[in-house]
Design a protein around this ligand. Structure first.
Ligand SMILES: O=C1O[C@H](COP(=O)(O)O)[C@@H](O)[C@H](O)[C@H]1O
Length: 251
């Protein structure tokens, strides 16, 4: 993969929990700490990207009940399905129900939906989003914290194995056509955006994820296992349940 050298990043840390509930508890604690630390060390609220999916939504529900100061926190979504805004398939709809509608003080940056101005199709929607929400320039992080779920074939955000998105190594926002997991049209942050984030947390549960987790943690080719190409500049942490960790070397 062009532009990705894993030796330029801290090695990932792995945390294995008995089940998805314990995983979500631990991840929520760690997320709360990053949010508080960012406020203290940077003197500003954090900028984070949230994920849907099974373990992601479980963690979002825990975050809604946690003692967190959300004031000014800027929330993005790592990827979105290009379907109407009220479609329950939208990651943002699921994360809003689990977390965002239950806390106050944060700013939510939502992806465009069909029918929005400048969103005649998914290409135009991604381009207009990129223009309206440019990523921070320079050496600073794109996000203080980027949360990722992972599919059983190793996809993260909507970056799928052997897809144009994983090949491109773009540093911004990408439209997705013909996504192998429905719905077919999506928008996604690229692996390049993830790799400019300070902290990257994986939230992964279930035996069907075990092979991909072992491949990604074992340094496999991101073309085949996109999760292998997702690293943070300060930390990469994998929160796994025992089923998802079953194939990891050393267990
Ligand atoms: O399609 C997607 O799937 C992943 C993982 O979902 P899961 O249900 O297998 O946990 C999710 O993280 C990603 O953001 C999403 O668009």
């Amino acid at each position: 993969m062009p532009g990705f050298d894993p030796t330029h990043f801290p090695a990932p840390d792995t945390f294995v929990h008995t089940d998805v509930d314990a995983l979500a508890d631990a991840a929520a604690d760690a997320i709360a700490k990053v949010l508080a630390d960012t406020r203290e060390s940077e003197g500003r609220p954090a900028r984070i990207s949230l994920t849907g999916g099974g373990a992601g939504l479980r963690t979002a529900r825990k975050l809604a009940d946690a003692d967190i100061d959300w004031t000014g926190v800027e929330v993005h979504f790592g990827d979105e399905r290009f379907v109407p805004r009220d479609d329950p398939e939208r990651n943002s709809a699921q994360i809003r129900e689990a977390l965002l509608d239950r806390v106050s003080g944060l700013t939510v940056v939502d992806w465009p939906a069909p029918g929005d101005d400048g969103a005649a199709d998914v290409d135009e929607a991604a381009a207009s989003f990129a223009a309206a929400h440019p990523l921070p320039a320079g050496d600073g992080p794109t996000f203080d914290l980027f949360l990722l779920g992972m599919g059983g074939e190793g996809h993260v955000n909507s970056v799928f194995p052997h897809s144009p998105q994983v090949a491109a190594d773009a540093s911004d926002i990408m439209p997705v056509h013909d996504c192998p997991k429905p719905p077919p049209e999506r928008m996604t942050y690229s692996l390049g955006v993830v790799r400019r984030s300070a902290h990257v947390f994986f939230l992964v549960a279930g035996a069907e994820k075990a092979e991909a987790a072992a491949a990604a943690l074992g340094g496999a080719d991101p073309q085949q296992w996109p999760a292998a190409g997702a690293r943070g500049t300060v930390s990469t942490r994998w929160f796994l349940d025992e089923s998802a960790a079953a194939d990891n070397p050393g267990r």
